[in-house]
Design a protein around this ligand. Structure first.
Ligand code: C2E
Ligand code: CA
Ligand code: CA
Length: 632
């Protein structure tokens, strides 16, 4: 019989090409890439042997029958061993090498039996035999070889699936396709006996695997050429699981947005490419990732490497960048985390990086922040609060405290600021700065705002007499509450629902959100104005607000940020600055609240400058309902 060996030759070429591409492409050391390299090598050998055996059969001469029988037996013995070796590789690299499970035992026994049967075949001819006149023939047991190989393919795929929770429907589909293709090819080969397709099916399967799960080009960030977030996620989790030492440097190019605005996004892209290249040059490794638009991570395995690299990266960012001959300052926040393996989980590690970045007050200079025990403790505290938080929202464990605001002219309290409080059974009071931030990140702030507004309404309804001396209650609104379409009406409706006058309320809006004009924000402001709810500009002077934009809004009151108060009693310049702002704002018709006055000296100064109202610990701290009522 003549055999069609074209498919075997093609299969061999395909596998060799795949192997060449896979080995030479940039990739990181991981269990998955290791397995895939083994799979490629073993598959290549398997197909080569398949081809040799076919050639041996084709060139059969009755005179050298024994020779052909021995060559073929040796090849088949290898054929039986190879799937077994492949399976062992898959098991070992999944980290289950030490304890042998039931399936592995059965596999070993089956493989040994197959090897023995193949040796016995020299006399029994159960798998194959030679006929003096017609040459090579398959025996009745030949089909067992196909079943055996197919079984191992399924087992290897099963091993790959194990522990890989990230396998989605698409990837499962790919693996199923591979099994089906190989099954079909084997079926055709078994049926026709002369079209040698099984190796070709295997090669096709490998091409599929290369294109889907093992394509090193898949996880490359197209702008910068470093690895992307998805690759980082998989790779770093494997590293964390091994618990071997590693250190991380994060580089956040926080000016990217501004650069894109000023110079155009192509310049922004070029800067990112420069950073990516330099990070690879400095570290001399491929372990560089871009995890968000402006954040790069570099992983190092030794502490000396880490120290050296951190210094060099810092120096690199101190110099201006050059794009198209123009010098551009492109500072960054550089975070260092030594022994990152302690973070255990990939998402925790990334959250920690984000936390570190959030601690840095953005200036226009490069800042280095190095993780230490104190910072880590702060992070864990926040995580614990975060954990507790969902529960707190569901059970509504919040309270409202009220801080009275003193009216200088009539020497009495004139308004209150409602401030949220959350008490943890073990951790005590959680500062609102912490939990409001969490609520914003978890998208729960609007929900909490509604709960708190109801609470305030309820309190006023029960104690409406305090409104005889109090003009209004100030209520804080976060940016997301102001930007959520339709939310303003929900707030207004709650006040209506309690039958309270809208004039009892004044909403506080921070200066940063007031600058970020958007349609829903303007609509909210308009709604409040129409309903008769006053507006107060909060934290004035704390950021870089666009004054022109802010002052177009219908504020009644401007609250001077506590930070402006620092030094007014000892620093003439600080005092002049404060006084001038008060003057300008009053000339423009705003009432002024000075926030954060703690000493008599401060209050006297503020009084002499004609500040209308003062809110601060000097007069009163925020008080729970009962204590507030005592005050009135
Ligand atoms: P804020 O709106 O600037 O509120 C004033 C903060 O200054 C309050 O902090 C108050 O306790 C504090 N404070 C008042 N007088 C003094 C003083 O003399 N010295 C010092 N050191 N601090 C003083 P608190 O209650 O911790 O609230 C922090 C921030 O959390 C608030 O800043 C506000 O932005 C936010 N927040 C609080 N409750 C809510 C809420 O219900 N909703 C929203 N969206 N934000 C809230
Ligand atoms: Ca406020
Ligand atoms: Ca404030």
């Amino acid at each position: 019989m003549s055999y069609n060996i074209n498919f075997q030759i093609s299969a061999l070429i395909i596998v060799v090409l795949l192997l060449h591409h896979f080995v030479t492409r940039k990739k990181l050391h991981s269990a998955n890439t290791k397995i895939f390299t083994y799979v490629l090598i073993l598959s290549g050998i398997y197909i080569l042997f398949d081809l040799i055996s076919t050639l041996a059969i084709m060139s059969y001469e009755p005179a050298c029958e024994n020779m052909a029988l021995i060559i073929l037996t040796v090849v088949y013995l290898f054929d039986i061993m190879l799937p077994y070796i492949l399976y062992c590789c898959a098991v070992v690299s999944r980290g289950q090498g030490k304890k042998i499970d039931g399936v592995s035992m059965i596999c070993t026994v089956v493989t040994v039996i197959m090897l023995i049967l193949m040796l016995i075949n020299l006399t029994s001819g159960w798998f194959f035999y030679f006929d003096q006149s017609t040459g090579y023939h398959r025996g009745s047991g030949y089909v067992m070889l196909y079943i055996y190989v197919l079984l191992y393919i399924v087992l290897v795929i099963h091993q790959t699936l194990k522990k890989r929770e990230d396998l989605n429907v698409h990837k499962m589909g790919v693996l199923a396709e591979i099994v089906v293709i190989e099954g079909l090819c084997m079926g055709v080969e078994l049926y026709t006996q002369h079209v040698m397709l099984s190796g070709f099916g295997l090669a096709l399967g490998l091409v599929f695997l290369y294109l889907t799960m093992n394509n090193p080009g898949d996880f490359i960030d197209s702008t910068t050429g470093v690895f992307d977030k998805q690759y980082f996620d998989n790779w770093i989790q494997e590293k964390l699981d091994k618990r071997t030492e590693f250190h991380l440097i994060a580089v956040e190019a926080f000016m990217l947005k501004q650069i894109n605005k000023v110079y155009g996004s192509s310049v922004g892209d070029q800067l990112l490419v420069q950073i990516a290249r330099e990070l690879q040059n400095i570290t001399g490794s491929v372990q560089v990732f871009r995890t968000t638009g402006n954040c790069f991570l570099v992983i190092m395995d030794s502490l000396t490497e880490y120290e050296r690299n951190r210094q060099q990266i810092e120096e690199y960012f101190r110099e201006p960048f050059i794009v198209d001959g123009e010098k551009i300052d492109f500072p960054a926040v550089i975070c260092g985390i030594i022994n990152s393996e302690k973070m255990e989980q990939e998402d925790v590690l990334l959250a920690y990086v984000e936390y570190l970045v959030s601690l840095v007050k953005h200036t226009d200079e490069t800042v280095v922040i190095q993780s230490d025990d104190r910072i880590l403790e702060g992070f864990r505290y926040e995580k614990e609060v975060e954990h507790f938080f969902k529960n707190a929202v569901e059970k509504d464990l919040f309270e409202v405290y009220y801080q009275p605001v003193y009216w200088i002219k009539e020497e009495r309290y004139i308004t209150l600021e409602a401030l949220s409080r959350l008490k943890h059974p073990n951790m005590g009071m959680i500062p609102p700065d912490v939990f409001i931030g969490i609520a914003e990140r978890q998208g729960l702030i609007a929900q909490i705002g509604l709960l708190q507004l109801r609470r305030v309404c309820h309190f006023i309804k029960e104690n409406e007499h305090i409104m005889d001396s109090i003009r209004n209650v100030k209520f804080n609104l976060s940016p997301s509450e102001l930007l959520k379409p339709g939310h303003s009406q929900v707030l207004i409706d709650i006040i209506k629902e309690f039958g309270l006058s809208q004039a009892y309320f004044q909403f506080e809006i921070t200066e940063t959100v007031a600058t970020e004009y958007s349609e829903s924000f303007c609509k909210a402001v308009e709604d409040f104005q129409n309903a008769g709810i006053g507006l107060c500009l909060d934290d004035f002077g704390s950021g870089y607000a666009n004054l022109n934009a802010v002052l177009k809004l219908p504020f009644d009151v401007v609250k001077m940020d506590r930070s402006l108060l620092t030094g007014i009693t000892c620093d003439e310049q600080a005092a002049n600055f404060y006084r001038s702002i008060v003057m300008v704002m009053q000339n423009m018709g705003y009432m002024i609240v000075a926030e954060g006055a703690e000493t008599e000296e401060e209050v006297n100064l503020l009084r002499s400058w004609g500040v209308d109202m003062v809110q601060g610990y000097y007069f009163s701290r925020p008080l729970p309902e009962k204590e507030l009522l005592k005050l009135f």
